[in-house]
Design a protein around this ligand. Sequence first.
Ligand code: MN
Length: 322
Amino acid sequence: MSNLDRRPPAHEVGGLAATAARPVLDLLPGKEVLLGESTKVRRLLPTLGRRLVGAWAFVDHYGPDDIWDGAGMQVPPHPHTGLQTVSWLLDGEVHHRDSIGSDVLIRPGELALMTAGSAIAHAEQSPAVHPRYLHGAQLWVALPDGARDVVPAFEHHRELPGFTSDGLTATVVVGSMGGATSPGTAYTPLVGVDLDLAAGADVELPLEPDFEYAVLTAAGSADVEGRPVTPGATLYLGTGRRTLRLRSADGGRLLLLGGEPFDERIVMWWNFVGRSGAEIADFATAWAEHERFGEVAGFDDHERLEVPPLPPLPLKPRGRER
Ligand code: MN
C-alpha cells in the first residue's frame, strides 16, 4: 500500500526520549484517510502523540468493505526505501507485484513481507474476480541503519505458527510469542501477533518487559488490562510489562504490535524512510526520473503514482512523539 495523501506531512521520528519507561494505557484515536478515490482507511500509526512502536512505523487498517460491485484495492506502482511492508489480510485477496519480479496472490492468514531495503517498487490490487469482502492491515517496519540498504526482497509465508489458550487463537505474524516463531525476516527485535478472541475469552499473554507494545482492534471488542478497545484507535501500552490480560465478552480480533524501542532517528515522508531531508529528496527525484527503483511488470508508465511535492521545510529527524 502507498501513502496516497496528496500533500503528505513529513514525520521526523526515532530516539528513546519519548518511549514510556513504564506501563501505560494511552488510547490514541486514529484518523480516517481517503485512499485513492473511494477507499477509506483508518490510519492508526503515525497518530497524534505517537509515531513509532518499536520499529513499527505505519499502520493502516481497512475494511471490512463490501467490494462486490467495485474494483476494491487499486494501488498502482509506487516506491519504498528503508522499510519493510507487512500485508495482513483478514478477508479477501490482494495481488502483489513488485520490481524484483514477485507476482503473488495474498490470502487471509498469510504473511506478505516486502523488504524495500535500498529501493523497491510494488503494486497491490484486488484481483479482477475477487471475494465480496476486503479487510486487512498494511504495516511498515523501519529498518535500522545497518539493514536499510539491504538488497530488496519479498517473502510470502502461507503457513504461520501460533498457539491457543483460554478462548484465544494467536497467529505469530512477525517475531516470537508463546513458543511460536514467525519465519518472516526481522532486522530489529520485533513482534506482531494476530489475536482472535472467542466470546468469553479471558487470557494472559507473555510479554517482553524491554519491548514497548500497542494493541489495535480489527473487529469486535475486548478489554485490554481492563480498558475497552474497539476499531479505530490504538491502545499504547508502554514498556515494562511481563503479561497482558485480554478479555472479550462478545469476541474480538486484535493485533498486538511490539518491539525494542527504536533508538535511531529517521525521516519518514510519503513512501520513504531515510535519515535526512536531502536523502528523501534524492529518493523522490530518482522515482520521478525512473531511476533506482526498477519497474513493476504489467503497468504502463502513466499508471505509476507520481511523487507529491516535497514540503518546503527541511526534513530533520527528531523525537518519537509529536
Ligand atoms: Mn506500498
